[in-house]
Every structure is written in C-alpha cells, then in structure tokens.
Ligand binder design. Structure first.
Ligand SMILES: O=C(O)C(=O)[C@H](O)CO
Ligand SMILES: [Mg+2]
Length: 271
C-alpha cells in the first residue's frame, strides 16, 4: 500500500507548528511534508523530525524573495514561486539554492519548484521556465552527498488564480522537453479533479511514464477529507497499488473538524 504523509501546513492547524510533528506521529504517520520550512532554522526542524521519528518527504522552493527577509515576506505579498517570471532570475536562483540547503539538512529527497503567478507586469514565459528548470535540475543532481528530485505540480485556478502551471499536460510536456532525470511530476488529485475533472483518467494517462513521483490528495470540491465530495478516492488508491506506485501520498486538505477525527477514511484501509 502507498505511504501516506501528513501535510503540516494543512493538518493539525489548531496546534502550533512545532507541535504538529508529534501529533502526526501519534496518529501513525511516518512521513510529513510542508511547503515552507524557511521560517525556522533547518536544524530546529531536523530536531523535530528526529524526536517524532518522522521523515521529511517534500518541501517547496520559496514563494519568492532574493534574500532571507524577502523569502519570509513572499507568500503574504501574494507571490507563488518565480520559475516562469522573467524579472525574477535572482530570486529563482536564490530560492533553489536555499531549498537545496534545507533539503539536505532535512534529508528530504523532493522539492516542488513553484512556477509563479502571471501578472500584468510579468506574464511569465515558457522558455524562461524550461531553461530555469534545466538549470535547477543540474544543481539538484550535482550534490553527490544528497541528490534531490525537483517536482512540477499543476495547481487549479480557483484556489490560485493565474498560476502559470495549471494542467497535467503542461507539466508532462515540460518534463518530456527537458528530459532530465532529476525532474518529475507531482500530481495533486485535488487540483487535477478541479481543473481536468477526471483525476482517475489523468492518473491512468501519466502513470505509465513513471514520471509521477509524488501524489497529494484532498476531496473535491471543498478541499476537505478525500471522502468528502466527488473525488473517486478509493478507485484512485486502488489504481496506485495496481501501478505499483512507489512514492508517498501527501494529505493536503483542510479537515472538516479535527485532523484526527477526520482520519476515518484512512483507518478503514487497515494499513
Ligand atoms: O497548493 C498546493 O496544492 C501545493 O501543493 C503547493 O505546494 C502550494 O502550497
Ligand atoms: Mg498540492
């Protein structure tokens, strides 16, 4: 059975961030993910992971910023990555290098490279995006002590209007064009269902490529537990097993009540 990771940016949200590691471990999780580790020194996060006996399975590149203060402010300023934004070369490189440092310190094997939101001032550019992804993949590959895989995730326009990368096809085409072994796909079934309307068909389309190396899940619409809404979550989990998907499934949703109370769908799988 696939392995499930708690997304600490979404789950246990009523607890202070530092307390979410122990809460996830108590619920039986072995892995965690969260988008932004940059508010804390890496060694502090590494300590939380070690104390709770958890693996860090995914982080994101920063939402923006070309220095430490800029990185901390970027999300609140509405930035959602820089990879496709022509004017953000310095921030992109700074962000990738910082993410690689954190990944090494947290022993995290995957980084989601956020593409960015197109604006009137910077509409985004595909050639820039591809060129930067190729540069970043070389960086990720070149650390012989801790090579990392960089991931592309399509995000729907209801939750993130104007986000550059919003279809699975866009991500897949970019990966095929660049053809780098350290670049892969992160398929978030929630976004998939919201944009394409058929998460199961999308999984079946891209699974044979083996390029999908991280999955996230939430019910759609609403982004609550997978069993709330129209997502065919049971069929999807069966399909992952049938394809011998070897990676993690991140639980990236807003629980309807508490995280622990909402884990019934997972417990019924008898893992
Ligand atoms: O929004 C999502 O689905 C993500 O996974 C991104 O990491 C943004 O936080
Ligand atoms: Mg996601």
């Amino acid at each position: 059975m696939s392995r499930f990771a708690a997304n600490l940016g979404f789950l246990y949200a009523h607890k202070p961030f530092e307390a979410r590691f122990a809460a996830a471990a108590e619920d039986g999780f072995k892995g965690v993910e969260y988008a932004s580790p940059y508010e804390w020194p890496a060694h502090v996060l590494a300590q939380h992971l070690q104390e709770a006996g958890l693996q860090q399975v995914l982080i994101n590149t920063p939402a923006g910023g070309a220095d430490a203060a800029g990185v901390r402010q970027a999300w609140a300023q509405g930035l959602r990555g820089t990879a496709c934004l022509v004017g953000q070369e310095k921030a992109f490189r700074y962000g990738v290098e910082l993410a690689l440092e954190y990944a090494q310190a947290l022993a995290c094997p995957r980084i989601h490279v956020m593409a960015g939101v197109a604006t009137a001032a910077d509409a985004g550019d595909r050639r820039t995006w591809l060129h930067r992804l190729a540069w970043a993949a070389e960086k990720a590959a070149s650390n012989s002590q801790h090579p990392v895989t960089l991931l592309l995730e399509a995000i729907n326009h209801v939750d993130m209007p104007g986000y550059w990368l919003h279809t699975q096809a866009q991500a897949f085409a970019a990966l095929q064009e660049i053809g780098h072994p350290h670049l892969a796909m992160q398929m978030d079934f929630y976004h998939c269902q919201m944009t394409e309307g058929d998460a199961l068909a999308q999984w079946q389309r891209y699974a044979p490529s083996r390029l999908v190396q991280h999955i996230q899940i939430a019910g759609a619409p609403g982004r609550h537990e997978p069993d709330v809404g129209q997502l065919p979550w049971q069929e999807l989990l069966v399909a992952l097993d049938e394809a011998a998907y070897p990676g993690w499934v991140g639980l990236e949703y807003h629980p309807q009540t508490t995280t622990t109370a909402g884990l019934g769908w997972l417990k019924q799988l008898h893992l």
